[in-house]
Design a protein around this ligand. Sequence first.
Ligand code: HPA
Ligand SMILES: [Zn+2]
Length: 337
Amino acid sequence: MTETDFIAGLPKAELHLHIEGSLEPELMFALAKRNDVAIPFASVEEVRAAYSFSRLQDFLDIYYAGADVLRTTQDFHDLAIAYFDRAAADGVVHAEIMFDPQTHTARGIPFGTVIEGLLSGMAEAEAKHGMTSKLIMSFLRHLDEDDAFATLEAAKPWLDRIDAVGLDSSELGHPPEKFARVFAEARALGLRLVAHAGEEGPPEYVYQALDLLGIDRLDHGNRSLEDPVLTARLARTSMTLTVCPLSNLKLCVVDDMADHPIDRMLREGLRATLNSDDPAYFGGYIADNYRAAAAARGLDRDDLALLARNSFLGSFLPDDAVAAHLAKLDAYVEQAA
Ligand code: HPA
Ligand SMILES: [Zn+2]
């Protein structure tokens, strides 16, 4: 079995995926036409050519613009099932996907339109691929606390179908502490908590995410490695890091894939996982991320299996479901040997 096939067949969970970031240019054009929305690109090739970023904000500007074609429940359904089809082909058996309600409600799209479309895509993925999934509602950190509270309020009719809240968008200048009270309320409502921290922001933002938000899982977290005390704490507490190598390369969090710290993270005892973040914008889905990291950093099959194992351990699945996934993973690795 080739490494490409080993990776594609390796059962894994995806824990860091922005569903709006899975909008491929082809679907963007199809939805623009269906909804009669103007987009500032003449062709799919022109869209792809625009995907050259030197920092997070460059990407975010184009990502929010692209999301404007999403208007109806059907659009959100089509977006979601297109992602799940790709993920299934990459060996994903469970996905915990983020969505950014404020990107849509700010344009006058009702919260219900967004979530009902995503939920119907999730149901179709389970029927079609046997893939389970969970929803993470992310707050946009460049907006204020009141806007986040209003979003949490708008989510109340669907809280039993939302597993967690997250924090994304422009990190620098928008530290986690800005959302401490919103996260406390989300926790009181029974939601799990995740946050992007340490992607561009300093280790201090990771401390805030841990100590002021009380996160259950850390999105990215790369810059934690600058602080040995923080790194040791993350390892000791088995904090899951959702690492996204192709995103890191495209957003210049690393200068070269050869410099990616994924193997160092494993060596330091961190519960690191591999994920795709915004695959339509960063040049690959989850298996591409496993392949790119493996090729650049010389990861062997044991390392890859550990990363997949970590993805189940770091998921919000109940213990019995995690154990069942780990048993299948072990059986796969054994038969592939
Ligand atoms: O990588 C990211 N970082 C912050 N916000 C985001 N929103 C989508 N992707 C990202
Ligand atoms: Zn992200």
